[in-house]
Design a protein around this ligand. Structure first.
Ligand code: NAP
Length: 286
């Protein structure tokens, strides 16, 4: 069998067109959704990420502000900037690009962001909301994975989902989202003894590790759906995921490519969250 691709670029295009239409409707009511992106230091990968986020905002008609600071910025100064953005009514989403320089406590900065503007979904209040099924912002990468499953009309009820990776930004929230949709969820990590025994039982596999070939064809049940969150470089320096794509696509029913899979969805869901934050702000004033 050759799996069908879940094309993150095509799905993003569709969702971003909807964001642009909803943004135009909001603007007609006098409110422009706004995202502030804060970058501290000159990490080259972070510079690319923030540029892409700001560009995506502009293309969808959202207002965006990019604040760039020297790596020597103090924690106190950064916290003061976050407070100012919390109080800025033109800003509905605040994103502080990670990683931060070592002298800054990233968790402290994340907790300083108002949960109402936490469009990255990393605040403890957002994590708690996801855990308890309350309204809040979902972290963009796993949220994008859920949209990809939705796009193929996949019903998770009663299915076994295996998530490989348990980070706070991908693995854990991914597992909670799958659970919320009535999947039976297994979370694997570096201490898992027999990963293959787990993945072979899975109807859905989400690989979020950051290591090439963590998932190979012999580890996948025929017909499983495979989502590849990983971002790695192969021997030729090309971007690749955690999944041995060429092998697994012969076994899976659906698979996401890297690049062009989960990556573009992450930025798309950031736009979706920022728009939603603005919509909530508008309904709060009515
Ligand atoms: P992370 O914080 O490093 O977490 C990696 C997880 O993988 C950890 O839970 C770790 O287990 C687990 N792990 C490591 N080796 C393993 C193994 N051999 N078998 C099973 N589990 C193993 O990384 P992350 O932030 O979640 O990101 C994961 C990957 O996704 C990275 O490649 C990252 O670049 C990519 N990513 C992509 C996007 C996107 O937009 N496409 C967004 C975010 C992240 P322990 O907890 O036991 O250490």
């Amino acid at each position: 069998m050759t799996a069908q691709l879940i094309d993150g670029n095509a799905l993003s295009k569709q969702l971003r067109a909807q964001v642009a239409a909803d943004t135009a409707a909001l603007k007609a009511q006098g409110l422009t959704p706004g995202l502030a992106v804060v970058l501290v230091g000159d990490n080259p990968a972070s510079q690319v990420y923030v540029r892409n986020k700001v560009k995506a905002c502009e293309e969808a008609g959202l207002h965006s502000v990019l604040e760039k600071y020297e790596a020597t910025m103090s924690e106190a100064d950064l916290l003061a900037r976050v407070t100012a953005l919390n109080n800025d009514s033109s800003i509905h989403g605040i994103l502080v690009q990670l990683p931060l320089p070592a002298h800054i406590d990233a968790q402290k900065v994340i907790e300083a962001i108002s949960p109402a503007k936490d469009v990255d979904g990393f605040h403890m209040a957002s994590a708690g909301a996801l855990m308890t099924g309350m309204p809040g912002f979902w972290p963009c990468t796993p949220y994008g994975c859920m949209k990809m499953l939705e796009s193929i009309g996949y019903n998770l009820t009663g299915k076994h989902a295996v998530v490989i990776g348990r980070s706070n930004i991908v693995g854990k929230p991914m597992a909670l989202m799958l659970l919320q949709q009535n999947a039976t969820v297994t979370i694997c990590h570096s201490g898992t003894q027999d990963l293959k025994a787990m993945t072979l039982q899975a109807d859905v596999i989400v690989a979020a590790v950051g290591k090439r070939n963590v998932l190979t064809a012999d580890m996948v049940k025929p017909g499983a759906v495979v989502l590849d969150v990983g971002m790695n470089r192969n021997d030729e320096g090309k971007l690749c995921g955690d999944v041995d794509f060429d092998g697994v696509k012969e076994v899976a029913s659906y698979i996401t490519p890297v690049p062009g899979g989960v990556g573009p969805m992450t930025i798309t869901m950031l736009l979706v969250n920022t728009l939603e934050s603005a919509q909530r702000a508008l309904s709060d004033t009515h």
